[in-house]
Design a protein. Sequence first.
Length: 398
Amino acid sequence: MKPRDPSDENASGDAYDEVIDRVFAVTVAVEPEVERGRAHAHALYQELLLHPAARQNLLVSNSARFRSRMLCELLIQGSHEAGFNDPAQAAGLARLAITMAESLTAESCGGREALNGLRAKAWAQLGNAHHPAADRAFAETKERCEQGEIGLLDLARVLDLEASLRRDQRRFGEASLLLDQVIRIYQRLGQWHLLGRAFKQKSMACGEAGDVEGEMALLRRALDLLDPNEEPRTFLAARHNLITALHQSGRPREAFSLLFHTRPLYLKMGDRMSLLRMRWLEGLVAQGLGRVEQALTAYREVRKAFIELGLDYDAALASLDLAGLLVEQARTADVRRLAEEMLIVFSSRDIHREAMAALHFFCHAAQVEKVETALVQNVSDFLKRVRTNPALRFAASV
C-alpha cells in the first residue's frame, strides 16, 4: 500500500476549511436579512391586530404589503395561542392565515413544498380553533396534503392539530392513531424535543380516556425527551400533568415528592396562572395525603383568585374540588353555603347554558342535602368536557 502523503491530508483539510468558511460567510450574510424580515412581519402583525376584523380581512385580501410567509406563520401561531382564551379570535386569525396563504406564490415561500405546508397548516389551525366547520377544515387540509408535496414537519403539525380536535371531541382512538403518525415522523427525523411533545399530547388522550397508567408512562417518556430550556412551559406542563395523574392513581407521596422538586419551575415561570395552578395542585396533593385543612385553604385561595380574574370555568372546577372535600368530611352546612355562593357568582356570568345546568343541578342537590362525592365528580367531569365541546348536553342522571 502506498504511504499516505501528509501534504494530501493538508490539502483536504484546507479544502474542508474553505467549505466551512463559505458556509459561515453565507450564514453571516443571510441571518441579518432573515432577522429584518422577521421583525418586519412582527410589526405588520401588531399593526393588523389594531384594526377591526372586517378591516383586517380587507388588508390581507387587497394589500400586497400584508402578504408574506412570515406574517402568515405569525397568524397561525397567534390563532393557536388565542385558542386557549378566545376561540372566536382564534378562528378569525386562522381565516386570515388561510386568505393570506391562498394569495402567496411558491416563489415567495421558498418553493411549492413550503407553500403547500403553509396552506395545510392554516386550514388545520382553523379546524383546531373549535370552529363549527372543523371537520370540513380538516377535510380540506387532507385534500391539500394529497394534492401536492408537503414537508414532513408541516405534515406532523397538521396531524398534531387534528389529533387535538379529535381529543376534544372525545374520539380518543382516532387521536391516538394520528399521534402515532406524528411520533413516527419525529422519530424518523430525529426531532427528539418534538417527539417529547408528541408523547405529551398522546398522554392527554390516554388520560382523558381513563387510562391513567398509560398517561403516566407516556409522560415519563415525554419528560426524558423534552428540552426544558427550549420550551420551559411545555416541560412544566408535562410535570404538572404527571403530578395530577399520580394523585388520581392514589400515589399521593410520589405526587408530593415530584411537586416538591417541580415547585422551583413554577416559581421561575412566575406568571399568575402558573402560580395559581401550582397552588391548586398543592390542594389536590394535600387532600391525597389527608391534610384536610391545608387542602381546604388552597382550594379557597384558588377559587377566590379565579373568580376575581373572571375565569369562570376554572372557578367552578375549583369550587367543585372544595365541595368534594367538604362532602368527604360530612360538612353538609358548609357544602350548602358554598352552593349558595356559587349560584350568586355564576348566575351573573356568561357561562355556557349546559355548564350552568350542571352547576344548578349540583346546587339544588346541596340545598336538599343530597350531595355525594360521585355527583360532585360527575359534574366536574362534565364541565371539563363541555369547555372544549359546547355541543354536549347535560343529563341530570350523570
